[in-house]
Design a binder for this molecule. Structure first.
Ligand code: HEC
Length: 405
C-alpha cells in the first residue's frame, strides 16, 4: 500500500511540476518574443515614455502592448509580477526529487559498482552538489568575471561539465542525469530569486519615487540581464535533461556524462539560433549544425548491430559456455523477478516496473531488445545492481537473448 500511495504522490507532483514548468518557460518565451517584436511607437506614445509597442490578436480579441523606457508616470494599482511560475517549478521539482529519488527508489541513485552509499548519504551528496554549485555561481556573478559575458558563459559551461562528470562518478546514470538537471534548474530559479526580482523591485521603487535610476539600480539591471541571458540558454538543455532521464540508452551508457554534455551543448546552441532570429539575424546554418551533431551523436552511441552484435554474442557464448534455458530462468529469477513480476516481491513496487513482468522465459523473449539494452549493453539493470549481477551473468544473458531473437 505504501508503494502504491507513493506512486500516486509522485504522479501528482510530477503533473504539477510539468504544468508549473510550462507556465514558467512559456511566460519567459513570451516576454522574449515581446521584446523582440516591439515596433517604433507613434509620437503620442513616445511622449508618455513608451519605447516600443505591438499589436496582437489572440483568443477572440485585440491586445495592445506597450513597453516603457523606464516606467509609467504613476505606478498602476495592480502590477503583475512573474515569479511564482519559477518558484513553484522549483518547489515541485524538489518535492519530486525527494519523493522519487531520496524516499521512493534510491536504486535510481545508488550504484554499488560506482560507490557504496546509504540512502541518506546519497541524498546529502545530491543536495550538496545542488547547493554547492549555486554558491559558486553566486560568487562568480558577483566577481569581475560578470563584466565579460562570453568568458562567463565559457566558465559556466566548464563548471557544469565538471559537475556532470563528478555526478556520474558518484551516482547511477539516471540519478546523475536528474541531479545535473536539478543543479541547472536551481541556478535558474536562483537567478530569478537572487537577481532578477531584486532588480525589478529596485526599479519599481525608483519609478514610484519619481527618481531617475541611480548607479545601483543600473548595476542591478545589468546583472539581471546577464542572469536572464543565462536562463534563456539553459531552458532547452534543462527540459531535455528532465525528459531524457526516462531513456536508459542515454544515461545507462558508459559515457553518459559525455552524452549529457553533448546534448547540453547542442540544445543551448539551438537556442542561439532562436535568439538571433528574434533579433532579425537568420542563421539556418546553426540549426543545420545542431541537426548534424545530433545525427552524429545518435550514430556514435548506437548499440552494436548486425554482424558486430552477432560476433560479440558468439564470443560471449563461447566464454560463457553452453547457456541453457534453465540457466536463464534462474538468472532472471535471481536478478530481475524480485521487481519485474506480475506480483513483485520487492516492497518498493506495487506492479511490474515499466510494465515489464519477467515471470516466464516467453516474456523475456518478448522484451528481448529492451533487456539487451538495459542489462547487457548497459548496466542500468538490475536497478542499483542490488542483486550483484556479474559480468559473466550479463554475457550469458546476452548470448541467450541473441540466440532467441
Ligand atoms: C530493484 C528493482 C529492479 C530489479 C531487480 C530490476 N529492475 Fe528493471 N526496472 C526497474 C525499474 C524501477 C524500471 C523503470 C525504470 C525507468 O523508468 O527508468 C525498470 C525498467 C526496466 C526495463 C525498461 C527500461 C526502458 O527501456 O525504459 C527493462 C528492459 C528492465 N528493467 C529489465 C530488467 C532486467 C533484465 C533485470 C534483471 C537483470 C531487471 N530489470 C532488474 C526495477 C528493477
Amino acid at each position: 500500500m505504501a508503494a502504491y500511495l507513493s506512486e500516486w504522490l509522485s504522479l501528482l507532483i510530477r503533473w504539477f511540476h510539468v504544468i508549473a514548468g510550462v507556465a514558467w518557460i512559456g511566460a519567459s518565451f513570451y516576454f522574449i518574443w515581446l521584446d523582440n517584436h516591439l515596433e517604433d511607437p507613434p509620437e503620442w506614445k513616445k511622449k508618455k515614455g513608451i519605447k516600443g509597442d505591438l499589436w496582437a490578436v489572440h483568443g477572440g480579441g485585440f491586445y495592445e502592448v506597450a513597453k516603457y523606457k523606464l516606467g509609467p508616470e504613476k505606478m498602476p494599482g495592480i502590477l503583475h509580477w512573474f515569479k511564482w511560475e519559477a518558484y513553484s517549478t522549483w518547489l515541485s521539482g524538489t518535492a519530486l526529487l525527494f519523493s522519487v529519488y531520496y524516499f521512493g527508489s534510491p536504486g535510481y541513485l545508488i550504484d554499488n559498482a560506482k560507490m557504496e552509499l546509504s540512502t541518506l548519504s546519497a541524498a546529502l551528496i545530491g543536495l550538496g552538489f545542488i547547493g554547492g554549485v549555486l554558491l559558486v555561481y553566486e560568487l562568480l556573478i558577483r566577481s569581475p568575471l560578470a563584466r565579460n559575458g562570453m568568458a562567463f558563459g565559457a566558465v559556466l559551461f566548464a563548471l557544469l561539465l565538471v559537475v556532470d562528470w563528478a555526478l556520474f562518478q558518484v551516482f547511477a546514470g539516471r540519478g546523475a542525469f536528474i541531479h545535473v538537471g536539478a543543479v541547472i534548474g536551481t541556478l535558474m530559479v536562483g537567478n530569478v530569486f537572487l537577481g532578477i526580482m531584486p532588480s525589478q523591485r529596485a526599479l519599481v521603487e525608483t519609478v514610484e519615487q519619481g527618481r531617475e535610476p541611480d548607479e545601483r539600480v543600473a548595476q542591478l539591471a545589468a546583472l539581471a540581464k546577464l542572469r536572464s541571458t543565462h536562463n534563456n540558454y539553459l531552458t532547452l538543455p534543462v527540459i531535455f535533461i528532465m525528459i531524457s532521464n526516462h531513456y536508459p540508452m542515454l544515461y545507462g551508457h558508459a559515457h553518459g556524462w559525455l552524452i549529457l554534455a553533448a546534448i547540453g551543448f547542442i540544445t543551448a546552441f539551438a537556442r542561439h539560433f532562436f535568439n538571433l532570429k528574434h533579433r532579425g539575424v537568420y542563421r539556418p546554418s546553426i540549426i543545420l549544425a545542431c541537426g548534424i551533431m545530433t545525427v552524429i551523436l545518435i550514430g556514435v552511441i548506437a548499440p552494436p548491430t548486425g554482424k558486430q552484435a552477432a560476433a560479440q554474442a558468439a564470443a560471449a557464448a563461447e566464454a560463457a559456455g553452453e547457456v541453457s534455458d534453465a540457466d536463464i530462468h534462474s538468472l532472471v529469477s535471481t536478478h530481475c523477478a524480485g521487481c519485474h513480476a506480475k506480483e513483485p516481491s520487492s516492497p518498493a513496487f506495487q506492479a511490474a516496473p515499466a510494465g515489464i513482468a519477467l515471470d516466464t522465459l516467453d516474456e523475456v523473449v518478448q522484451h528481448n531488445d529492451q533487456i539487451m539494452q538495459a542489462a547487457v549493453n548497459s548496466q542500468y539493470m538490475p536497478l542499483g545492481n542490488t542483486t550483484g549481477m556479474t559480468e559473466e551473468d550479463r554475457k550469458k544473458l546476452g548470448a541467450w537473448l541473441q540466440a532467441h531473437k
